[in-house]
Design a binder for this molecule. Structure first.
Ligand SMILES: [Zn+2]
Length: 456
């Protein structure tokens, strides 16, 4: 992974290789600014002494994880000019904690309800005082936007980012020109094929249209079989699991639902009724998918905030990302998806290790834990620091003797007794005295660990 380089006056310069960074540090030409991700500052050069290349930050927003990939563009080749070559510099996978936030808020609501209902009877609300601003997102979703933007800002501070590139929609309706009306033919392996596939997946809820099985590879299925003169227009296509696709063969839809034993078995396993399911398929076939459902609120908000940074933001569709990724034979990870967003020709240097950045939160306000009956149990300490250490700090502990003798480096979790737990790359080490610990980097609300390089 490339090392971020800052100039003498802290402006971002082009990232350099790890080897070069090591030499610069050895010769005393640079100082360390940040450990993970590694950032150095040159002592003798500033922005005016250096030539910068156009740098692109690709973003693939997801519900649990977001991919962020910093790329260098080949000699002044902007996005429009062909052939556009991208060089991967740094790959990041940002892990969100939306679920934990939701859980914490639900728990807090539970505590409040218990406290209130203990002494006060229920009173009907006299007016609706629960107004929400336009563009309000639930805290768990807002967190995704906030953490992603925090990292976009951070990377823009460490690298001379000139373009932002983000996956906004799952498929491009403009490209398909309303597929239900105009006759777009589906062909495997083309860009349009990928857009159509994503469209169908979205329309049919990412499960087999016939039996409702979700976690299985899904295939594109002709409702009226090709051999019966069925067209390849999108309005004649659904998405089905391998078993259903094989079993249906060239049968009519009603015959298939009436006779097939395998389908009945699968429907029963998924708790669905055949008649209801058949009706749903027939109804859904006629229904065009609304444009709005393809883009979720979080992505729009993220797009809006990203535009506010002032950098040019290009958007791509999920169909195009997948098309580019499979065309170049690149495996699927969040960071590599981010590298493949938008229009380009070749991608180099993607076989780099990915840095996982996990949002850890900054502790809770709750000063007690509950037993299984919901009663408070014991009290947690009030102060957040013990002997100058705080949960989330990166420390190195050198233990001279005993069972845990050796050097442990990682994220520390403090205890009032001064006997800490350290989360190292090999696993957790418990009961390390604060006396053995030295602070490497203050906690910033994130945990870091590398993902191994993909060999293929
Ligand atoms: Zn099926």
């Amino acid at each position: 992974m490339a090392v971020f380089v800052l100039g003498k006056n802290k402006q971002p310069l082009m990232p350099c290789s790890e080897k070069r960074a090591r030499l610069l540090l050895e010769r005393g030409r640079a100082v360390v600014v940040n450990l993970t991700p590694f950032v150095i500052r040159l002592r003798d050069r500033c922005l005016s002494d250096c030539a910068l290349q156009p740098t692109l930050l690709g973003i693939d927003p997801g519900s649990k994880e977001t991919g962020l990939t910093l790329m260098r563009l080949e000699n002044n080749a902007t996005e429009e000019k062909a052939p556009a070559t991208r060089h991967g510099l740094c790959l990041f996978q940002l892990v969100h904690r939306g679920f934990q936030i939701r859980q914490a808020l639900e728990q807090r609501a539970g505590f409040r309800r218990r406290r209130r209902s203990k002494n006060l009877r229920y009173r009907q609300p006299r007016f609706d005082n629960r107004t929400r601003k336009k563009g309000w997102l639930p805290p768990s979703l807002q967190h995704r936007v906030d953490t992603t933007m925090a990292w976009v800002d951070k990377l823009c501070r460490w690298a001379p980012v000139t373009h932002l590139n983000m996956e906004l929609v799952r498929f491009d309706l403009q490209k398909m020109e309303n597929p239900e009306i105009s006759g777009v033919e589906y062909q495997q392996g083309t860009l349009l094929g990928y857009e159509v596939r994503e469209y169908l997946l979205e329309k049919w809820g990412r499960e087999c249209a016939y039996c409702g099985t979700g976690d299985t590879p899904l295939e594109i299925e002709h409702v009226v079989a090709k051999s019966r003169d069925g067209s390849s227009r999108v309005s004649n296509l659904t998405i089905a699991c391998h078993e259903c696709n094989q079993a249906k063969d060239n049968q009519w839809l009603t015959d298939f639902f009436a006779t097939d034993k395998g389908l009945k078995k699968r429907l029963k396993a998924n708790g669905l009724s055949a008649t209801v399911r058949l009706e749903r398929v027939q109804r859904q076939l006629k229904l065009p998918l609304r444009d709005a459902t393809a883009v979720n609120a979080t992505r729009w908000t993220l797009f809006g905030t990203m535009k506010a940074t002032g950098l040019p933001v290009a958007v791509g569709s999920g169909g195009r990302t997948k098309y580019s990724r499979q065309r170049l034979g690149i495996p699927k990870t969040h960071a590599l998806d981010a590298a493949c967003v938008g229009k380009f020709d070749t991608l180099k240097g993607w076989r780099a290790p990915t840095q996982v950045i996990k949002a850890m939160g900054r502790g809770s306000y709750q000063r007690t834990r509950l037993d299984k009956y919901g009663f408070p149990r014991g009290y947690l300490m009030r102060q957040k620091q013990v002997q100058g250490f705080q949960t989330g700090d990166r420390v190195r502990a050198v233990v001279p003797s005993g069972k845990k003798a050796g050097t442990h480096t990682g994220r520390v979790a403090i205890r009032k007794t001064g006997s800490f737990n350290i989360q190292t790359e090999q696993g957790a080490v418990q009961g390390i005295s604060w006396r053995h610990c030295t602070l490497l980097q203050r906690g910033d609300g994130y945990g870091y660990h590398p993902l191994p390089t993909i060999q293929s």
